[in-house]
Design a protein around this ligand. Structure first.
Ligand code: TTP
Ligand code: CA
Ligand code: CA
Length: 694
């Protein structure tokens, strides 16, 4: 399908000698300078690192890149370098199978955090797998390389015209239009104009008919109606210049960091992305405008951006085909009828290679998440807090890289998602403005969120915990006092809460939430609209919940969450089950079957050998609820401790309305709330306090 033959123009023929006019106008040329998405001369590149994690390990360990290497996560392989692929290895083989097929394979396990650690480390794969329950994968080393690569690319491209979008950990889109425009004017001064009759709709002169040197690029063959005998027009020239730039970028990345990558160059993002995967490794593929139909017609449309998931499946079902070629004869009206007007026209255009989506240079992170699924589930606050420590260390190190120490950017909120069975509960809290974000401070906030879950009851067993920070904002740099900039809305509230009481202005009355259980008042910084839901954090998209995200969330391909996989070890985003989210059917309102069904009441707990009486509050509870009940006291002790701290609002005088829901020996399981709770707050021996030392 592609030819590596240099594209040579034909000698000037009698027909081309006549009016040598381009198909493109001066107007088109000026829209190229602006990088307009509708410009027919537009040039976009997509760069994707070859076997990325594997290359990271090869580079980190200083290994010979021709040696087969795979990156292992528990017992699965998540990245396989090209020398290893030559042995037929792919992501679907196990470590044992891989070693059988390729005995000299180097298997490097990803870095992990170990429960209780404050730093991730590299270690032996077998050991990591044995300790899967107490370890969590860290992608920090790959993020670091990713950032370095992005920095090299940005440094290499001219600052004033660059448009770079980080699309995933190992991919970028470049809109090269403006840069290419500049080079075209330098190389072909006849383009500088002005246009004849000062009319921008006048066609440009034809480019000179010298051969275009495509160097070692993979050139996709032209559509049927075109031939290499046709002289090139400016779109060919533009794409050739882009291809030169991309070759230089790739060379720079290799020379500076020793990474190879592949690239696609075409008129839009969708084609460029298909192009980068077309010939790997270490190659670039050029899809000229005249080659688009030919290139696309062989494709399954499910390979196209945004058609890989559910929408693609629906289209396959509706039209009984998965190929672009078979969709092409279908009229737009039929697409619209079947799929809605917007999706129908989008599909009609996309299979014709039309995609006006812009390269979005905002590569700022929108949220950061650190999570762990527990198998088996965890059952105590001590263990949960150890994980919170790791999540905080993980997120904090990323925050530092984001410039949080210099107060360049800082997150506004912290969220904790807690999953038990099919139910996920989310708690969120504003991160107080006006003081530095520290690891310790974050840990305290995280614990306060967890304590809220515990106090609500039904915290254990816990199948998944995830901590995220979000709502990133530009911070204030330099030594500006807190009063020297304007603080609004939630920030103002957070700030008020963060100030020592004497300095704080009380929030407006309507904002002051009367929280019956008093916990909101105790956690002075708790968001007043603190949410609880079964569907994750409604403030974050599914995509954001999964990972550290660039600003734009539309691009869903090839994004990996850095938590343990469902199934056999891969975090493929297209896998059916999202470990962080409940299945759609699991709505909080409807409750789990256990919640919906009336629970048996302990008729005479005193006689039951499986019950115990809490020495602190004299509540009698089933023995299985003992740990949770003790955690409840712990959380309440923490509450009391914090209530008396100078920064927190005054202690609540409102008694928790839910404390009354559990009477000694009565049902401890009312609708998912109150399980394991005492019948009244009491100040018995401070047994739970010792658990403060994590
Ligand atoms: P990809 O770019 O899809 O793959 P790759 O870079 O390993 O190989 P290629 O040369 O074909 O581009 O993914 C980038 C990294 O993301 C990959 O190195 C490891 C990680 N990843 C997973 O963790 N799980 C997965 O299922 C996939 C596909 C990738
Ligand atoms: Ca890649
Ligand atoms: Ca990729």
């Amino acid at each position: 399908m592609d030819s590596s033959q240099p594209f040579a123009s034909s000698p000037v023929s009698p027909t081309t000698r006549l009016p040598r006019r381009s198909k493109y106008t001066y107007k088109h040329l000026s829209t190229l300078a602006q990088g307009a998405p509708t410009c027919p001369l537009r040039v976009i590149a997509h760069i994707d690192l070859d076997a990325f994690y594997a290359q990271c390990e090869t580079v980190r360990l200083g290994l010979d890149p021709t040696k087969p290497l795979a990156v292992q996560q528990w017992q699965g392989l998540i990245a396989i370098n090209y020398p290893a692929r030559a042995f037929g290895l792919n992501r679907h083989v196990t470590v044992a199978e891989a070693k059988e097929k390729c005995p000299e394979l180097i298997c490097q396990h990803v870095a992990t955090w170990k429960e209780g650690d404050v730093k991730w480390s590299y270690g032996d794969g077998d050991e990591a797998f044995r300790e899967i329950a107490s370890r969590k994968v860290s992608l920090d080393p790959y993020r670091l390389q990713s950032r370095k690569i992005l920095a090299v690319i940005k440094e290499f491209l001219p600052v004033d015209v660059q448009k770079v979008e980080k699309a995933s950990i190992d991919e970028v889109f470049l809109d090269l239009s403006a840069q290419v425009h500049g080079i075209m004017l330098e190389r072909y001064p006849e383009l500088k104009g002005p246009p004849p009759y000062d009319d921008p709709s006048e066609p440009l002169p034809r480019p000179p008919t010298t051969a275009l040197d495509w160097a070692a690029d993979a050139l996709v063959d032209l559509d049927k109606e075109h031939s290499e005998e046709n002289d090139p027009d400016w779109d060919d020239v533009a794409i050739l210049i882009a291809s030169e730039i991309v070759r230089d970028v790739r060379r720079e990345v290799f020379e500076k960091l020793h990474f190879t990558c592949s690239a696609g160059i075409s008129k839009n993002k969708m084609l460029a992305k298909l192009g980068s995967a077309h010939k790997k490794p270490n190659s670039q593929t050029v899809i000229r405008n005249r080659a688009v139909q030919h290139f696309l017609s062989d494709f399954k449309f499910t390979k196209i951006r945004n058609l890989g998931g559910k929408l693609g499946d629906e289209i396959v079902a509706a039209f009984n085909t998965d190929t672009v070629a078979e969709l092409l004869p279908i009229p737009i009206e039929q697409f619209k009828r079947t799929l809605s007007d917007d999706t129908g026209s989008w599909l009609y255009n996309i299979i014709r290679g039309e995609d006006n989506s812009e390269v979005n240079p905002r590569t700022q992170i929108k949220s950061m998440l650190s999570a762990k699924s527990f198998r088996p589930s965890i059952n105590t606050l001590d263990v949960a807090c150890k994980w919170l420590r790791i999540f905080v260390a993980d997120i904090y190190s990323r925050l530092v890289e984001e410039g949080v120490l210099e107060n360049k950017r800082r997150p506004k909120t912290m969220n904790l998602h807690h999953r038990q069975g099919a139910q996920t509960r989310s708690k969120s809290v504003p991160i107080p403005l006006g003081r530095a974000i520290t690891e310790e401070g974050m840990f305290e906030l995280a614990k306060s969120l967890l304590a809220q879950v515990v106090v609500d009851g039904r915290a254990w067993p816990c199948a998944n915990l995830s901590l995220s920070v979000g709502g990133f904002e530009e911070g204030v740099q330099g030594n500006k006092g807190i009063g020297s900039f304007l603080v609004r809305g939630d920030d103002a509230k957070a700030l008020q809460n963060a100030q020592p009481k004497a300095e704080a202005t009380p929030p407006p009355a309507k904002r002051r939430r009367v929280d019956d259980n008093g916990i909101a008042k105790f956690f002075g910084t708790m968001r007043e609209d603190s949410r609880e839901s079964s569907g994750g954090d409604p403030g974050l998209s599914d995509y954001e919940q999964r990972q550290e995200t660039p600003q734009q969330v539309g691009h869903q391909d090839e994004q990996w969450i850095e938590e343990e996989p469902e199934g056999r070890g891969l975090n493929h985003p297209s896998s059916d089950a999202d470990p962080l989210l409940p299945p759609p059917s699991a709505q909080f309102a409807s409750g789990t079957p256990e919640e919906a069904a009336p629970q048996p009441v302990l008729q005479d707990a005193q006689e039951s050998p499986d019950s115990y009486t809490c020495p602190r509050c004299s509540t009698r509870l089933p023995i299985i609820d003992q740990a949770e009940h003790e955690d409840f006291h712990f959380a309440q002790d923490l509450q009391n401790k914090q209530t008396t701290s100078p920064r927190a609002p005054p202690p609540s005088t409102t008694k928790s309305s839910t404390t009354g829901s559990v009477r000694g020996g009565g049902s401890a399981r009312g609708r998912g709330r109150g399980r394991g709770r005492p019948s009244a707050m009491s100040s018995g021996p401070e047994r739970g306090q010792k658990r403060l030392h994590f």
